[in-house]
Design a protein around this ligand. Structure first.
Ligand code: 3SK
Length: 526
């Protein structure tokens, strides 16, 4: 299958659902949005962005909680040919200041609750923002902030007639960005095309998950993650399914309310497909409030973000009779390329390659390794990002002549099933989100009592990775674990703080003074 020379992903979704005007597309905490209303709002947003003077390929920062304004803003941007830069809502003002400068965003679409952190970011650095569009403001908005005009999103849309036609984008043209974190350096603006999300739905959402218009999808992973974007936008909208969106944190209690259709807007509508991460599944299974099978309508669950321990999958299946389909994807490949299959789940493995993607495991010499041996995972497929924006070195390291290096290590068994064997770099994945040990170490070392530190991943009793910091204090200094945790939480996104801290007299080092994190990892495993 090839895409036509002119292809606009937003228009593609609107066309696919043209006959579903009355069907529910989204249910969020504010109410229900039909496919007809979604199409109209997307086209109004497209017209509004153009009327604000935004032009093809200019970037707009999308810093929003999961409400219907997220898909309306994202698809409205694509429809207009402007490029949404969807960012994690849990980051710091310094992170957003970097992203604004790096993307040269001309506008920001922001949830009212996140306006203060955006303001702090604008105060910190150079930016080119001309407009700030605020979703669900609860108080009157100022006319201007740091030189940018401020608008109420709903009022802005209401002032514009729906755009008559989409920007005539091509399938290989930049459609949107997501930021990907690395072990060192700043997050990388990962440039995806209009065609890429189409391929994730055609190769994975439809054939592997078997989603249909009868499904109600609910993702604990938020829309700004590549995983959440597929789960709660690309896949359901590609088949005309309905989606439950949740703005709050995905605690077990909040998730159970949605599973059982208990929020006022759901009015009894219960998800049939749930998308989560292993830490979330473990937390729910441990919760005394875990609903019984009779209270939910789940037919299938999906897991990604970190390898799913076999025991969690088995316990979930025992309780709900429904499988958790574990897979691995990446921000760079946009969604899952290696996955178990409904009816063919081998817990403890990540399954087999998704058709349409090629997978290679390569040794240190760059050659494929035999079955049973661990190698670096490389993927080739049509949803790979174009590049990291403005970062040729990192782009070349990751995107190698059609192949994308994932940074994960895997082995394959004789039946063709793949098993996760760790990361090739020092990155940690905690609750499905990348954490750089270097960033946490650098922050700990800003504390006046800390001489140096080393951060590694430590498996908890359920086999899930948590961060552990080994800390050496300056002579005569004292500080508590709780103080250090609070110190990191105040300076970094809260999910990055070390869950465990151990005070040590010295760190293991090479002759040239490099910290040997592998020795600390070995020590933890003993
Ligand atoms: O973490 C993953 O496995 C993943 C899955 C789908 C899309 C993106 C990512 C990072």
């Amino acid at each position: 299958m090839t895409l036509p020379a002119t292809f606009n992903f937003a228009q593609h979704l609107l066309d696919s659902n043209a006959a579903r005007a009355d069907k529910t597309a989204y249910i969020d905490d504010h109410g229900v949005l039909s496919y007809g209303a979604l199409g109209e709002q997307v086209r109004r947003m497209s017209a509004a962005l153009q009327a604000l003077g935004l032009r093809r390929e200019e970037r707009v920062l999308l810093l929003m909680h999961d409400t219907t304004h997220w898909p309306v803003s994202f698809l409205g941007g694509l429809h207009a040919g402007v490029v949404p830069v969807a960012v994690n809502t849990l980051l710091t003002a310094a992170d957003y200041a970097y992203m604004l400068a790096n993307s040269r965003a001309q506008a920001a679409l922001v949830s009212a609750a996140l306006l203060p952190v955006l303001e702090a970011a604008l105060a910190q650095g150079e930016h080119e923002l001309r407009h700030i569009v605020v979703s669900h403001p609860e108080a009157p908005l100022p006319a201007e902030l740091h030189g940018a005009r401020v608008h109420d999103l709903a009022a802005l849309m209401a002032r514009h007639e729906p755009a008559a036609r989409p920007a005539p984008t091509g399938p290989d043209e930049p459609g949107f960005w997501l930021y990907s974190s690395g072990s060192t350096g700043k997050p990388k603006g990962t440039v995806h095309t209009h065609g890429n999300p189409f391929w994730t739905a055609e190769l994975y959402g439809k054939p592997v998950l078997g989603l249909t218009e009868d499904d109600v999808c609910f993702s604990a992973a938020k829309l700004y993650f590549a995983y959440g974007l597929g789960n709660a936008l690309t896949f359901p909208l590609s088949v005309g399914a309905s989606v439950v969106l949740m703005a709050e944190r995905p605690t077990p209690a909040a998730t159970f309310r949605r599973w059982t259709g208990s929020t006022p807007a759901q009015a009894g509508v219960r998800p049939t497909v749930f998308f989560g991460a292993p830490t979330g599944f473990a937390g729910m299974l441990a919760s005394p409030e875990l609903p019984g099978i009779e209270s939910v309508a789940l037919r299938m669950c999906s897991s990604a973000g970190e390898a799913l321990p076999a025991e969690i999958g088995q316990r979930f299946k025992q309780h709900y009779g429904c499988e958790i389909i574990d897979g691995i994807g990446s921000t760079e490949m946009l969604h899952i390329f290696l996955s178990n299959r409904p009816g063919d789940v081998r817990y403890g493995t990540t399954g087999r390659p998704v058709e349409g993607y090629e997978i290679e495991l390569r040794g240190d010499d760059g050659r494929p390794v035999p079955d049973g041996e661990v190698g670096d995972l490389y993927i080739r497929g049509p949803s790979a990002a174009l590049m990291y924006w403005g970062n040729r070195d990192k782009s070349r390291e990751t995107f190698q002549g059609g192949w994308t290096k994932s940074g994960d290590k895997y082995s394959r068994d004789a039946d063709g099933y793949y098993t996760y064997a760790g990361r090739s770099d020092d990155m940690l994945k905690v609750s499905g989100i990348y954490v750089s040990p270097f960033e946490v170490e650098a922050t700990l070392m800003q504390h006046p009592a800390v001489l140096e530190s080393a951060v590694i991943g430590k498996q908890d009793a359920e086999g899930l990775t948590k961060t552990k910091a080994f800390v050496v204090l300056k002579p005569g200094q004292q500080v508590t674990e709780a103080e250090l945790k609070a110190f990191v939480k105040d300076r970094l996104a809260p999910y990055k703080y070390p869950r465990f801290i151990e005070f040590v007299d010295e760190l293991p080092k090479t002759a040239t003074g490099k910290i040997q994190r592998f020795r600390l990892r070995e020590r933890e495993q003993q």
